[in-house]
Design a protein around this ligand. Structure first.
Ligand code: ZN
Ligand code: ZN
Length: 304
């Protein structure tokens, strides 16, 4: 199955480079379609949520709530990086149907929409990386790549065609459609576990930091950092982004070989998501982890 994804990636990239391939998304905002501009009205709840953590000055800070926030940040980051990204978007390892659903459900608690929506759009990012058809390239501006593309109407829907291989599972389609169940259940659980500070800090503050750390992979990791591979996009390796995202900052590596479960190709490139996947492989939950080919590693050495 992963072979299908791989060949689709190569084919579509080849045909997509250059301004003439644009679907209308040029660098000049005056040429953008109405649904490609930020929808100011529907963005209000998203912006308002950023102020919710300030309520902690009313509810008070408790250590229980702070630890909850830290734990939920790391657990949900792993579900996004190891689940939505490396599993659903890239099929870099295999899972049984039940763990697949559990992983998808934990991913929804990060409030980054459903697994099919997330992974389908991410495949489009790799297909058209940094061409004018890339949905969140910084060539349309840093803030566009960070958050603007999420706040416009064009990319609201799940691109089912891009994620047919997972859209065949009715339970994933259901979860994708009801992507609010995860975050709402978690918010209630946080309140029950640690009271109002649990909700405000444990859930909201943690979720907002998690959003922006994830978004940094689309923005910062295409702007700041080192380029070890001469990929046809602007991807970069950033140790700082890798630390806050449990390994996703080795983004130039990832664009060079997106089919590997590992993104830190060198021993010192810390990639916590990969270590956790290895742990799950020891107990047999994660299977067939796709490695980084020796030739790809050698390319980086040759360039140095
Ligand atoms: Zn990228
Ligand atoms: Zn990717």
């Amino acid at each position: 199955m992963s072979v299908t994804v791989e060949s689709a990636h190569v084919e579509s990239r080849a045909g997509s480079v250059g301004p003439t391939a644009s679907s209308g998304a040029s660098r000049d905002p005056s040429t953008w379609a109405p649904n490609e501009h930020i929808n100011r009205r529907s963005s209000i709840p998203f912006i308002a949520l950023h102020f919710v953590p300030l309520l902690a000055f009313v509810t008070g800070f408790t250590w229980r709530a702070v630890w909850l926030a830290v734990a939920l940040y790391f657990i949900r980051m792993l579900a996004i990086t190891g689940g939505y990204h490396r599993y659903f978007a890239h099929r870099s390892y295999r899972l049984g149907r039940v763990p697949q659903f559990v992983l998808a459900f934990v991913g929804t608690t990060a409030a980054q929409k459903g697994p099919l929506w997330w992974a389908g759009h991410h495949r489009a990012h790799h297909k058209y990386s940094d061409t004018e058809r890339d949905i969140h390239s910084p060539i349309r501006g840093f803030w566009w790549s960070h958050v603007g593309w999420i706040l416009c109407d064009k990319f609201n829907k799940t691109d089912t065609d891009a994620i047919k291989d997972f859209a065949k599972y009715p339970e994933l389609v259901w979860l994708d459609k009801h992507d609010w169940i995860g975050p709402w259940s978690l918010a209630i659980a946080c309140y029950l576990y640690a009271g109002w500070p649990g909700l405000v800090i444990g859930f909201f503050a943690s979720t907002i930091v998690l959003w922006h750390a994830t978004f940094c992979v689309n923005s910062l990791a295409h702007v700041f950092g080192r380029r070890v591979y001469d990929t046809p996009d602007t991807s970069r390796n950033s140790a700082i982004v890798a630390l806050v995202t449990s390994g996703e900052g080795w983004h130039n590596n990832h664009h060079r070989y997106p089919w590997a479960a590992r993104q830190g190709f060198r021993w010192w490139q810390v990639d916590v998501t990969y270590y956790v996947l290895r742990l799950f492989s020891f107990v047999g939950i994660v299977r067939d982890i796709r490695p980084v080919p020796a030739a790809v590693r050698a390319e980086a050495r040759a360039r140095r």
